[in-house]
Design a protein around this ligand. Structure first.
Ligand code: SAM
Length: 280
């Protein structure tokens, strides 16, 4: 370790005080203060020497330090303009660290990360969904995504068809990856403490086993199907502008009863439905 470990309550308080900073609620700043959790995230990401890692929201560098110590080459994107000065000091001397000050949702990630990489992040909770969907839908060369999210989001990411919380997020995540909850993290592991329990989710991104030519259309069908949860799949798709006749025919060929609701459809069902809707 080149520097004193950042992942502790005393180090975090010291850094915040030194730079006259307060954790910003608006930016979803809950800094990790537990070294054991940092290590468990590094282990979950199976970091080895030379791994290219994109970190979203490095904050004061807590998780970043763990990643760099494990030998990763880290490119971090941080929105808060006050933090580059902090990171320059807390991560001073570490090679293989690159910081981009900006909004992860606006950055051109294909340009920034052209080679195979892993994403490791303690995500800002106010934009978790948008970030995950951006990562998954942009066809980036991602091998693995290991993220801290709210427990409730972790459950939605990994929910199976038939469960009440299964939705567009579950389909988007599992369409491109094998996702599982690795472990839970209690509020006391952060400064300030969030109101809810968090979970670390591992998404192993795979070659797509679902063959589909037009992924944008597939995503549109999934989103429209879950648009109004209590409606049948038929009515949701009519609401999204497809013709009744076209939907009924596509559902029949896909072997899906028109009275079913979106939350009962597996990813294969959605893939078949999208293909057939496009064909007729
Ligand atoms: N990685 C640090 C840790 O574990 O202690 C901080 C995690 S904190 C939950 C989320 C971080 O994301 C904050 O540093 C926040 O400023 C940053 N952030 C918020 N919105 C962002 C955005 N749109 N793009 C990049 N970073 C963002």
């Amino acid at each position: 370790m080149l520097h004193p470990q950042i992942a502790s309550i005393s180090a975090t308080r010291h850094i915040l005080k030194k730079f006259n900073l307060r954790a910003s609620k608006r930016l979803g700043q809950n800094f990790l203060i537990d070294a054991e959790v940092v290590q468990k995230i590094i282990d979950a990401a199976e970091i080895s020497e030379g791994d290219e890692v994109l970190e979203i929201g490095p904050g004061i560098g807590t998780l970043t330090q763990g990643l760099l110590e494990a030998g990763a080459k880290v490119t971090a994107v941080e929105l808060d303009k006050k933090l580059p000065a902090v990171l320059q000091e807390t991560l001073d001397g570490y090679e293989n660290f690159k910081l981009i000050q900006g909004d992860i949702l606006k950055i051109n990630l294909s340009e920034l990360m052209p080679q195979s990489f892993k994403v490791v992040a303690n995500l800002p909770y106010y934009i978790t969904t948008q970030i995950l969907l951006t990562l998954l839908e942009k066809k980036l060369p991602i091998k693995k995504i290991v993220t801290m999210v709210q427990r409730e989001v972790a459950e939605r990411m990994t929910a199976q068809a038939g469960s009440k919380i299964y939705g567009a997020m579950s389909v988007a995540v599992q369409f491109r990856s094998d996702a599982k909850i690795a472990f839970d993290v209690e509020p006391k592991c952060f400064l300030p403490r969030p109101e809810v329990t968090s979970s670390v989710v591992i998404c192993d991104v795979r070659e797509n086993k679902f063959k589909i030519d037009d992924e944008e259309f597939f995503i549109k069908v999934v989103r429209s199907s879950f648009g109004q949860r209590r409606k049948t799949i038929l009515n949701s798709l009519i609401g999204a502008g497809f013709s009744r006749e076209k939907i009924l025919k596509s559902l029949e060929i896909s072997g899906i009863n028109f009275e079913r609701r979106a939350e009962t459809l597996t990813i294969e069902d959605f893939v078949n439905l999208a293909k057939n809707l496009q064909e007729f």
